[in-house]
Write a protein that binds this ligand. Structure first.
Ligand code: AHR
Length: 506
């Protein structure tokens, strides 16, 4: 098959929003405990942070990490996780016993070692305006009040200076503790945002959009919530998880078509509220949960995914530790392309989650940590997508899918880093049968050197379902992509069937 890509130096989507390479740490399963935090692990530092996991987090290149949930936050009292007394509590979201050994101070310390920004969610499920306001005072006020002095007494003299705040989580979801109607939530978000900003005017606030685009109230929810809170918030959230249904790999590989449509629908809704309310500012998008998640494929006694029976009151049980395949990695590459292509409006995005729980990084208690297949497209895109996003004009051969009709076999995004003089291309080939011959027309550049060309595809002896595992940690990974030719303004390359590739040129 064939694809032709045209890039023009002057056709720019916008600056690469570095916060789209975000991730997510929820108190869920083994993401915190035995994930990022395991006192007594051979690699743990004096705070109990696993250094083997930290090394992988740095290599992954996550820029911002959302915390502490997720569904968990809707029943969470942040005070339980600070200070010397850490009560054991039932976490109703995942039917787990939460020890509270890890809390806000530990997360802020961890984020500094990891080199990531904190994105903190407040509980607007079982709690309200005052608890959210108090948390901002505890975290960000310098001192001289009971709350800020409590933070200082608890070991952090300087304010945490957390800029990015989520106003609850998935508040439209019937599974959520304290779920609300759009009017109830819209007003609560408006008032919580107002009170939080009165403590610290520099904060940025994310209102909950729909839990997913399949919710019966999708669209109407965004409209009503923003109708109330437009002036007080900066972003509206999107969440989406995808999986292969009934062996329909063709549609699954095209999932980014749905992601494109979802993003464009939320942009349209936010802009309709803007027009109707005669607002000046735009509301941007925070895609603060996205990934592949086999929600219907995994439900065993040992590792249930169903919320009602998730942890059955154990401490850090195994929950949704999906093992990702070559196919999943290609799909994740296309999600990153979709986020980049919409980087003029999607300013924040968080892959859910960071370690063990539907995650690019896996770890075992007392044992090793390793990279899943989906680690690679994330790590390379986060490292190389710098400068500005370029518009990509793509003419590709197409293939038929049950869900989306005809879809491009080759999916592309591109960035131009003027400072380093480099163009980066991120390419996915959805076809399973033959190579894709890709020609790229670079208008306005004369690229003469290929500085990086790597591909992730089906390994020798494997198939599209091949995954990495504790005893085969490098089965799926990147290898050199041979045969990339760059001459003047023309680049040609071949992509093997079912592959994700990165090509950088100068
Ligand atoms: O990431 C797993 C869960 O998915 C989150 O807790 C919730 O927000 C979403 O439904």
């Amino acid at each position: 098959s064939r694809a032709r890509v045209t890039l023009d130096r002057d056709f720019v989507v916008g600056a690469v929003p570095r916060r789209i390479f975000g991730s997510f740490v929820e108190h869920m399963g083994r993401c915190v405990y035995t994930g990022i935090y395991e006192p007594g692990h051979p690699t743990a530092d004096d705070q109990g942070f696993r250094r083997d996991v930290l090394d992988l987090v740095k290599e992954l290149g996550a820029t911002v990490v959302r915390y502490p949930g997720g569904n968990f936050v809707s029943g969470y009292a942040w005070e339980d996780g600070v200070g010397p007394d850490r009560p054991r509590r039932l976490d109703g979201a995942w039917h787990t016993v939460e020890t509270n050994a890890f809390g806000l101070h530990e997360f802020v310390d961890w984020s500094r070692v990891a080199g990531v920004e904190v994105m903190e969610a407040v509980n607007l499920g079982t709690r309200g305006v005052e608890e959210a306001r108090a948390l901002v005072e505890y975290a960000n006020h310098p001192g001289g009040t009971e709350l800020s002095d409590r933070r200082r007494k608890n070991g952090h003299e300087d304010p945490f200076d957390i800029r990015l705040w989520c106003l609850g989580n998935e508040m439209d979801g019937p599974w959520q503790m304290g779920a609300k109607t759009a009017d109830e939530y819209g007003r609560l978000a408006q008032e919580a945002a107002k009170a939080m900003r009165l403590v610290d005017p520099r904060i940025e606030l994310v209102a909950c959009g729909s839990s997913n685009s399949g919710m019966p109230t999708f669209g109407a929810w965004e409209q009503t919530v923003l109708g109330h809170a437009y002036d007080q918030v900066d972003y509206v959230s999107l969440h989406a998880y995808y999986q292969e249904h009934d062996g329909d790999h063709a549609s699954f590989l095209a999932s980014a078509v749905d992601m494109d449509y979802f993003i464009e629908s939320v942009v349209a809704t936010a802009d309709a509220v803007r027009a109707k309310g005669k607002h000046k500012k735009h509301i941007d998008l925070s895609f603060d949960e996205w990934n592949v998640w086999y929600q219907s494929g995994l439900d065993t006694e040992d590792q249930p995914h169903v919320i009602e029976k998730a942890g059955i009151w154990k401490e850090h049980p195994r929950i949704i530790e999906d093992e990702y395949s070559v196919t999943d990695a290609v799909v994740v590459g296309t999600f990153l392309n979709s986020l980049l292509r919409h980087g003029d409006r999607v300013k924040i995005a968080n892959q859910a989650q960071l370690v063990n729980v539907i995650a690019p990084i896996r770890s075992e208690e007392g044992g090793p940590a390793w990279r899943q297949s989906i680690f690679w497209p994330f790590a390379r895109t986060a490292a190389l997508a710098r400068g500005v996003i370029l518009r990509t004009a793509v003419t590709s051969d197409r293939y038929d899918t049950a869900r989306f009709d005809a879809v491009d076999l080759v999916d592309v995004s591109a960035t131009w880093d003027e400072e380093r003089g480099r163009v980066a291309l991120f390419l996915a080939h959805r076809g399973l049968d033959e190579d894709a011959e890709v020609t790229v027309d670079l208008r306005g550049w004369t690229a003469g050197r290929v500085t990086r060309a790597e591909v992730l595809t089906v390994p020798e002896g494997g198939d599209r379902h091949t995954t990495n595992a504790q005893d085969a940690q490098d089965r799926v990974g990147l290898r050199p992509l041979d045969g990339v030719r760059a001459e003047g303004g023309a680049v040609t390359l071949g992509l093997p069937p079912l592959s994700w590739a990165v090509v950088e040129l100068e």
